[in-house]
Design a protein around this ligand. Structure first.
Ligand SMILES: [Mn+2]
Length: 350
C-alpha cells in the first residue's frame, strides 16, 4: 500500500502580485499539480489524500472539470478530497453537485464521516468546510470505528479560527495517520503518525524553504512516511553583510556572486546587515534588478562610535540626543531612529 498526501495546493492563487514573475507562478502552481498526477500515472499509488485548500478560492466549474479530468487519468488511485477554508463549500459552490469520477471521494459537508476504501483495509475520515471559519474543535472528539486496517483522518486547520485541534488527543484516540492541511510549512508532528504536507508550491513570500508532499507506505505492516520536495521554486533569504569599506557596487557584486552560487530559480528576500560607512548612501531597491527579489530589508547601521560622539558633542543637542538613546535597551525601531536622527544632526551641524 502506498499513498500520497497533498494539501494546500491553492490552484488559482496569484503569488507576488505586481512582480514580473507573478503570472508565471500562477501557472506553475497548476503545472506542479499536473506533475504530481503525471508522476502517479507513471508509478501508481493506491491512495491520494488532498487535505483541503486544493483551490485558493471558490473553484470555477471549468477548474473542477480540469481537476476531475486529471483524476480520470489515474484510475488505479482512489482520491479522497475535502474542501478547506479557502475553497469552502459556499451555498452556491460548484462543489455542491459536481459529478466526480468514480475513483474520487469528496467529503460533502461539515459532518465528520468515515469511508471504507473499496479495495484496501483502509478507513478514511474527513469533512469539508462549509464556512470560511470554524471555531469548534470538530476533530478533537473523533474516534476511529471498529475494523482491522488503517484508520486515516484528513484534517484541515489547527489555529483558533480554523478548527483548533490537539494533535496528541486525536492521534491517541487510535488513528494511524493524520493527513493534515492548512499550515503551509511542511512539518512532521508525530513521526509516521501526523504531518502537515505543507503547500505543494509556496504561495507567498513567507512560505520560506522547501515544499512538496508526504509519501507513505507500509513496510512490514508498519506505516512509514516521508516528505518529498516537489515544488519548482522556493522562497529563500539572502543575508548580505556590510562592512565599513563596502560600497553600493561591492554590495551588488556580493549579491551577484551569491545568486550565481544558489541558482537563479528561486525567489529571494534580501536582508542587508552589518555596519556601513556613515556617509554611504545605499540604494537597496536597485538590488531587485538582479533576480527574483521580493523585497530588500536594510537592517545595516552606520559605523558611528556612539560613546566617542557623545563625548565630543557633550552639552550640545547631538550629545543629549545620543545620551537619551544610550541609557536604554533600544528596540529595532529606536535603533533606526537613533541612526537616522544622528545622521541628520551631524550633517546639519557641519
Ligand atoms: Mn487553509
Amino acid at each position: 500500500m502506498r499513498f500520497i498526501h497533498l494539501a494546500d495546493v491553492h490552484l488559482g492563487a496569484v503569488p507576488d502580485r505586481g512582480c514580473p514573475w507573478s503570472s508565471r507562478r500562477e501557472e506553475e502552481i497548476w503545472e506542479t499539480f499536473r506533475r504530481v498526477i503525471a508522476g502517479i500515472r507513471e508509478n501508481p499509488v493506491d491512495l491520494l489524500f488532498i487535505a483541503g485548500d486544493l483551490f485558493h478560492r471558490q473553484p470555477l466549474l471549468r477548474e473542477l472539470k480540469e481537476v476531475n479530468y486529471l483524476f480520470s487519468t489515474i484510475p488505479e488511485t482512489r482520491i479522497y478530497l475535502m474542501a478547506g477554508n479557502h475553497d469552502y463549500i459556499k451555498a452556491d459552490s460548484f462543489y455542491r453537485d459536481f459529478q466526480w469520477e468514480k475513483n474520487v471521494t469528496f467529503f460533502k459537508n461539515e459532518q465528520l464521516t468515515c469511508v471504507k476504501d473499496e479495495k484496501l483495509d483502509v478507513y478514511v475520515y474527513g469533512l469539508s468546510y462549509e464556512h470560511q471559519e470554524i471555531e469548534a474543535s470538530l476533530y478533537d472528539g473523533a474516534q476511529p470505528q471498529e475494523g482491522d486496517g488503517l484508520h486515516i483522518l484528513l484534517a484541515h486547520g489547527g489555529d483558533a479560527k480554523h478548527i483548533p485541534m490537539s494533535i496528541k488527543t486525536i492521534s491517541a484516540s487510535g488513528f494511524d495517520y493524520l493527513a493534515l492541511g492548512h499550515i503551509h510549512k511542511p512539518q512532521i508532528l508525530l513521526r509516521d503518525k501526523a504531518a502537515y504536507a505543507g503547500a505543494l508550491e509556496p504561495i507567498d513570500r513567507n512560505d520560506l524553504g522547501e515544499h512538496g508532499y508526504i509519501e507513505g507506505h507500509l513496510e512490514n505492516g508498519r506505516l512509514r512516511t516521508n516528505f518529498v520536495p516537489f515544488a519548482s521554486r522556493s522562497y529563500e533569504q539572502i543575508i548580505l553583510m556590510l562592512r565599513e569599506n563596502s560600497t553600493q557596487a561591492s554590495l551588488e557584486d556580493m549579491l551577484k556572486a551569491d545568486l550565481a552560487n544558489r541558482g537563479r530559480m528561486n525567489m529571494y528576500r534580501i536582508i542587508i546587515k552589518g555596519v556601513r560607512a556613515p556617509e554611504l548612501m545605499l540604494l537597496p531597491e536597485k538590488l531587485k534588478t538582479y533576480g527574483y527579489v521580493t523585497e530588500v530589508l536594510d537592517e545595516s547601521r552606520p559605523a558611528y562610535d556612539l560613546e566617542e560622539l557623545e563625548k565630543k558633542y557633550s552639552g550640545t543637542l547631538i550629545g543629549d540626543y545620543i545620551s537619551c538613546f544610550l541609557e536604554k535597551d533600544r528596540s529595532a525601531m529606536e535603533e533606526k531612529a537613533l541612526y537616522y536622527g544622528l545622521q541628520a544632526l551631524l550633517e546639519t551641524s557641519r
